[in-house]
Design a protein around this ligand. Structure first.
Ligand SMILES: *Cc1c(COP(=O)(O)O)cnc(C)c1O
Length: 391
């Protein structure tokens, strides 16, 4: 029997994959990279975060994982949704969500999509510019809008760029513009940055937002909606607070800094689905460029263009298990299978993998339920998008 096939049959020992996922993974073989999603865990995460966040309304950020079964499980739990496009709104509707429970949170939208969403019954839109407000006023007249504030004090592992939001002065100006255009500027939104590991890291951002909130109220705006965005973390190996305590701390700070607000909404993505999935993949090659090189190059059958886009800048560091685990470890540069030389996952900080690792060994990439499936290219180099199995 060829060595690669023999290796493929080795079992995983001491897998840290969550129980139900592990049981399924142990019983299955995969012909190509596959994300296995535990739908029950999505519901459990929702309940835990909701227990901490209390009256705060959860609008799941659909982009984190738009899998139908995920959306249906969240609809069943009573979740609401934040959609970024007409297509995401349609996915929510198909999964059973009501239009009044969906916010259209992308601050840059196509006029046709605004008109379509308005016709569907959606009446809550995000904006961070006068031009966007004009589009909304033209195609969804009289609707509610919230203005996105540009967060500059993020302590997140994946801080968001300056692409979205306006600074403090801009928020107030845009509220005035919205009134002139006949819209209802009901509130403010922001995002602390994705994978904000501890609730305490929210404080400075919340203080910045609260200043603008109170200034807007003093100017006479009747604010009723505070959108605290996402940023709730998942476990990638560095400690994170459990969702209930995390949610309770954030809710506490919001209450302390804002006082009573009619409608507080949160838009968790990663925090609801990150730890619900494990990707099963395979080692294609282990090689050294020069005999003297300390780090080996390990090429997997999944990479930056087939689901692991969040390894960009090595911001998100996944935990990886292999069927060769248990012995001595050594540094590896991890690469994906495509012929794009940017398809390198971890090089700045090499990853420790078993010295015995070789082609054909199986790997499990933990906590890959968020930002993987829809971040996969369609057929680049002929590789198919990531396969998904829901259990
Ligand atoms: C992506 C996004 C989220 C979700 O962020 P997470 O860090 O995954 O929780 C929430 N709100 C908006 C507006 C987003 O763009």
């Amino acid at each position: 029997m060829p060595a690669a096939i023999a290796a493929a049959r080795r079992p995983f020992t001491n897998s840290a994959a969550p129980e139900r996922l592990r049981a399924f993974l142990d019983s299955a073989t995969f012909a190509r990279p596959t994300l296995v999603l535990d739908i029950e865990k999505v519901a459990e995460n929702y309940r835990a975060l909701k227990a901490g966040l209390g009256k705060t309304h959860i609008h799941y950020a659909v982009k984190a994982n738009p899998e139908r079964a995920v959306l249906e499980a969240l609809v069943a739990e009573g979740s609401r949704f934040d959609a970024a496009s007409r297509q995401e709104i349609a996915l929510c509707r198909a999964a059973g969500a009501q239009p009044q429970d969906i916010s259209f949170g992308n601050t840059v939208k196509k006029p046709l999509d605004i008109a379509w969403a308005f016709a569907e019954g959606i009446d809550l839109f995000a904006a961070d510019s006068a031009e966007e407000l004009e589009k909304i006023a033209a195609h969804a007249p009289g609707t509610r809008v919230y203005i996105r504030f540009l967060v500059e004090n993020s302590e997140a592992d994946w801080p968001l760029s300056r692409k979205f939001g306006v600074p403090a002065e801009g928020v107030l100006e845009l509220m005035d513009v919205a009134v002139v255009l006949g819209l209802r500027p009901v509130g403010i939104s922001f995002h602390v940055g994705s994978q904000t590991r501890r609730a305490a890291m929210w404080r400075r951002v919340l203080e910045d937002v609260a200043k603008i909130w109170h200034a807007a109220v003093r100017k006479g705006h009747d604010l009723s909606l505070l959108n605290i965005g996402g940023g709730f973390p998942t476990y990638y190996g560095d400690p994170v607070e459990d969702p209930e305590n995390y949610g309770r701390s954030v809710r506490g700070m919001v209450g302390e800094l804002f006082g009573h607000v009619d409608y507080v909404m949160a838009e968790p993505g990663r925090g609801l689905v990150g730890n619900t999935g494990v990707i099963a993949a395979e080692v294609l090659l282990v090689a050294r460029k020069r005999p003297s090189d300390i780090a080996r190059w390990v090429t997997l059958d999944i990479g930056k263009f087939s689901g692991l886009a969040e390894t960009m800048d090595e911001a998100i560091r996944y935990q990886i298990e292999t069927t060769a685990d248990g012995g001595e470890m050594g540094p590896c540069i991890l690469a994906g299978p495509s012929c794009d030389s940017a398809d390198v996952l971890y090089e700045k900080r090499p990853m420790q993998l078993p010295v015995a690792l070789k082609a054909g060994d199986q790997v499990r990439i933990l906590a890959t339920g968020a930002y993987t499936t829809t971040y996969a290219s369609i057929g680049f180099n002929g590789f198919p998008p990531l396969d998904v199995i829901c259990i």
